[in-house]
Design a protein around this ligand. Sequence first.
Ligand code: GLU
Length: 448
Amino acid sequence: MPQLHPHLVPIFDEIVRRNPGEPEFHQAAREVIESLAPVVERHPEYADAEILRRLCEPERQIIFRVPWVDDAGRTQVNRGFRVEFNSALGPFKGGLRFHPSVNLGIVKFLGFEQIFKNALTGMPIGGGKGGSDFDPKGKSDAEVMRFCQSFMTELYRHIGEYTDVPAGDIGVGGREIGYLFGQYKRITNRYESGVLTGKGISWGGSLVRTESTGYGAVFFAQEILRTGGDSFDGKRVVVSGAGNVATYAIEKVHQLGGTVVACSDSSGYVVDEAGIDLELLREVKDVRRARIREYAEARAGATYVSDGSIWDVPADVAIPSATQNELDESGAAALVRGGVRIVAEGANMPTTPQAIRVLREAGVIFAPGKAANAGGVATSALEMQQNASRDAWTFEHTEERLHETMRAIHDRCLETAERYGAPGDYVVGANIAGFTRVADAMLALGVI
Ligand code: GLU
């Protein structure tokens, strides 16, 4: 592991000591802290005001019981979380994740990442995250609705247009946001559109929000290619996952002239040299809610692999878009053997620190999620703008705003990396650019 600046060692040690059993939070914090050595040298005022120590402690953490009744009439109990991490730049902003793996450490790593991601967008949004260990898989619509209503019955008192604005993440899409918004509206007797983002188009949502994380990650990779005088034209691309981020990443790669030759779900992956047929993928995953094997069964020339790694498929560009730590050291080595040149994270922290080291040593350009997947939350901020002005923009206008934002984040990362002595390093650029924007706001607001 790279060394930490001596001033930062006690801060990291304190995080590990005070947050036991939260390895993902330690990992996310360490990655940011590792990048900050040149900032410590140049900005003693941040250390004097204990900015980093304050930033690593969430402003507020809420844990609550979520009881609900399943279709068989049995009472179920889940746990709900909302970690309101930092509101120096605006109301807490970040998604809700419903997945059995959710615990406090996972929500804290996601909330911590969100602070810097949101800062990088240049928009007025703080960072937070939430969710539950509820598993929507195999649940009926009625069960999901009852769960969401119970979840919101506690959450509503903590959120609001000017306080905290949740959205979706893994396991939370348009259906769940609908049930959550309905219950919020009912309890508060307010049609407060700006309290949640990712809403349906007919009730205050923004066009492009559904597509934005996947599209944004591809726009970011396109900027990297363009910086090297290249484009997606003719490129082989591997996209892990088959959810919202992956689906729209695949769509945008194809629009830009590349070919996505493999994608995956938690059961295995498919290889389709002719290019993933998005209509079929959606039919299998969204309509049938089936395993990805059915894609290969329905498509001539496609193969299904159940016991391998998608990173064995040779590609020019890889976009890990499934979940945290899905791309490990051996996966990275396989990508390098396959000739990969760019890895852009569509998911949050999908690449382990060891894998990042392997990629860096091989000269692969690595774009961290807090920069590459910021298009989702950036479009959420556009949804908030439309809600505040009671307006609704066209698809083309909103997509252009997303595209501009991704270009600006890309340029901000490169320019910051250069200024702090690490030219071409997107990790250093993203961490420092995000950190300094939040740190300056925290300095201005005093010790709060
Ligand atoms: N969950 C998404 C993320 O990881 C989006 C959050 C939002 O739109 O608030 O950035």
